[in-house]
Design a protein around this ligand. Structure first.
Ligand code: S3P
Length: 183
């Protein structure tokens, strides 16, 4: 349980791989001074290996279990104000979607498939995109996930044409309003 009786005021970033969650998370962390929790990073640290190795050696289900376990921990721990940057597949489990909503203000960073492909193209650290046809994989996964991001988010932000400073400003304004309405 949260130690405080007030609802947590975390800002939670969700969205597809390459949508900018990590960069925007860092910007929000710098501006607000709230601790930054990058879920992928925490999972890698705890497992003592990169995500690609977790997928290869333990399987995707084991990785998803680690994600759910971490979300549960974050829901229970006392710290009420954090910036939480999630992995792109965190919305896959309904249990996770429930947990996300309870954590605070959930922002969906949206980017078109073409931009996602450009951003993720050179990076081999994302096992789900190490496919024969990454563009097709992105389109399929996006189609499956968009309704889940929609269901989980309080705010959808189209990131096209905006830099991370502009996105952070937009998120902060909207979050302030949200938390004022949900004291
Ligand atoms: C995943 C996204 C990755 C990471 C893992 C699985 C996904 O995080 O959690 O490779 O299923 O979309 P990013 O969204 O930070 O790339």
């Amino acid at each position: 349980m949260n130690e405080s009786t007030n609802p947590p005021e975390n800002i939670v970033l969700i969205g597809f791989m390459g949508s900018g969650k990590t960069t925007v998370g860092r910007e929000l962390h710098q501006r607000l001074g709230y601790p930054l929790v990058d879920m992928d990073q925490v999972i890698e640290l705890r497992a003592g290996k990169p995500i690609t190795a977790i997928f290869e050696e333990n399987g995707e289900t084991a990785f998803r279990d680690m994600e759910t376990g971490l979300l549960k921990e974050l829901s229970q721990r006392g710290e009420p104000r954090r910036i939480i940057s999630t992995g792109g597949g965190v919305v896959g489990r309904s249990e996770n979607r429930e947990l996300l909503k309870g954590l605070g203000y959930v922002v969906w960073l949206h980017a078109p498939a073409k931009l996602i492909l450009e951003r993720t193209g050179k990076n081999r650290a994302r096992p789900l995109l190490n496919a024969e046809d990454p563009a097709e994989r992105i389109r399929t996964l996006m189609e499956q996930r968009e309704p889940l991001y929609q269901e989980s988010a309080h705010l959808k932000l189209d990131t096209s044409g905006l830099d991370c400073g502009e996105l952070a400003t937009g998120i902060l304004e909207c979050a302030r309003y949200f938390f004022a309405q949900h004291p």
